[in-house]
Design a protein around this ligand. Sequence first.
Ligand code: CDP
Length: 238
Amino acid sequence: MRRDMRRVERDKELTIAIDGWSSCGKSTLAKALAKELNFIYVDSGAMYRGAALHAMRKNLVSRNHVDINRIIASLADIKITFKQNSKGKAELYLNEENVEKEIRSIEVSNSVSSVARIKEVRLFLVKQQRIMGINGGVVMDGRDIGSIVFPLAELKLFMTADPDVRAQRRYEELKAKGDEITLEEVKENLKLRDEMDSTREESPLIQTDDAIVLDNTNLTPQEQLIKTLELVKKARKT
Ligand code: CDP
């Protein structure tokens, strides 16, 4: 049934769904693929981070409190969009304010999974994500892209890497941006988010049966891109 439906869609370019654990290089790969294939890239995590930032600013979420009802009510006041900067990089806007830098902070990372587990938040964002990918030719990364957002995606990747390697990479990335942070804080955040994201009731992170696992512990960004482009070739032929 699914395969038949995929065939009907054959005229469209591929939809590529990339899911996986926190900070395992999903967005690095997704961006490189989109550039190579001339596809649209959508960072679904940025959208959840934007929703979390809005809730934080309204004091509706912190490490030990989540005001679910008011977060749901506040969705009516949120407009989340991407706009390209002068270098062609998509940046996240929350109600017309560029929040790209702020959403990557450890404070947002520490609250985002508590907001992302709320069903209404997910429905609100998934609706927009589906519209962004409606014409195919899209690479989207996140936690539920192959399972919920685009279950008929022709190519699904499930990315993973050694937890210490993931933490080290994210630590270096944040340090390079000037964040005052310790490796321990990063490790703790990744562990907490992986736990929350994979055990929540709504759209938990799962590896779907048709996803191809890509462990990039020992791969450079270029190597993972080459491997994936081979998979794209195959997916286009089937
Ligand atoms: O870049 P990193 O892998 O650390 O995270 P992200 O992709 O920016 O996602 C941030 C958080 O948003 C995740 O930890 C999830 O809680 C949530 N998320 C989600 O629930 N569903 C998605 N499709 C994408 C992100």
